[in-house]
Design a protein around this ligand. Structure first.
Ligand SMILES: [Fe+2]
Length: 228
C-alpha cells in the first residue's frame, strides 16, 4: 500500500521552485487555507468523521479547529462587526484553551456527527471571507503576528490530518488508500503549482515555498500543545 503521508510530502517537496520570500502574508494565509481543503477534497464526508483512537482526530475536526482558531483569536478581536458563524462551535472545536472555555473531550471528537462536513466547509468559507475583509483594512502588528501563528498552526494540523486519515484508511478492508492517495497527490501538486504561479507574480529569489512552509511548520512549537 502506498504510504499516503510520505507520498504527499514528496509531491509537495518536489514542487517547482519559486519566489516564496516575496509572497505576502495574505497570500500565504490563503494558500495554507486552500491546501487544507484540497487535502480533504478526495475524502468522503464519512471518511472525515472517523476518529480512530483517542490520540487522533477526525479530518472534519482538524478543518474546523484550525478555522475556529482564526475566529477565536483573530477575527473576534480585530475585525470590527465580525459575526460569529455559530456560537456552539466553540465548544466543539476548542482544543485545550482553558481561557476560552470548556470543550468537547478529545477522545469524543469522533462523536461529533454534527455539525456536518458540509457545515464545516461553510464555516471555513465564512471565515475566509472574514479574513479577506480583515486584510482589506490596516493590519496591526499584533494581528499580523496572529495570522502568522494561525498559518503555522494550520500547517501543523495538515500534517496531523494526513497522519490520522492515513491510519483510518489503512485499516479499511477495501483498501481505499491507493485511490485516494493518487487524488491527494494530484491535489497537492496542483496546489503547489498554483502557489508557484502566485509567488512568481511577486519579487524575490527562487526558493521552494511549500517545503519552506512545511519545514517552518515542523519547527513551530506554537500548536504543539493543542493539537493532540
Ligand atoms: Fe491545534
Amino acid at each position: 500500500m502506498m504510504d499516503l503521508h510520505n507520498a504527499v510530502l514528496d509531491a509537495i517537496l518536489a514542487a517547482p521552485t519559486a519566489q516564496a520570500e516575496s509572497a505576502s502574508l495574505r497570500d500565504r494565509l490563503f494558500q495554507t487555507r486552500a491546501l487544507s481543503s484540497e487535502l480533504a477534497r478526495p475524502l468522503s464526508d464519512e471518511d472525515q468523521v472517523v476518529q480512530a483512537n483517542d490520540d487522533a482526530s477526525p479530518t472534519k475536526w482538524h478543518l474546523a479547529h484550525t478555522t475556529w482558531f482564526f475566529e477565536a483569536f483573530l477575527l473576534k478581536r480585530f475585525l470590527a462587526g465580525y459575526r460569529v458563524f455559530d456560537e456552539r462551535f466553540e465548544y466543539c472545536f476548542n482544543s485545550y484553551y482553558e481561557s476560552v472555555g470548556s470543550r468537547q473531550p478529545r477522545g469524543k471528537r469522533g462523536l461529533l456527527t454534527r455539525p456536518s462536513a458540509e457545515e464545516v466547509r461553510a464555516y471555513r468559507a465564512h471565515i475566509d471571507v472574514a479574513l479577506g475583509r480583515l486584510f482589506d483594512q490596516a493590519l496591526s502588528p499584533e494581528a499580523a503576528e496572529l495570522v502568522e501563528l494561525g498559518i503555522n498552526h494550520e500547517q501543523q494540523h495538515q500534517e496531523l490530518l494526513l497522519t490520522d486519515i492515513k491510519h483510518v484508511l489503512s485499516v479499511n478492508p477495501i483498501a481505499p488508500c491507493n485511490w485516494i492517495a493518487s487524488r491527494v497527490i494530484r491535489s497537492a501538486a496542483s496546489d503547489a503549482r498554483a502557489f508557484v504561479r502566485l509567488a512568481s507574480a511577486a519579487r524575490g529569489a527562487p526558493s521552494s515555498p511549500l517545503s519552506r512552509a512545511w519545514t517552518a511548520s515542523a519547527k513551530t512549537a506554537v500548536a504543539s500543545s493543542c493539537c493532540r
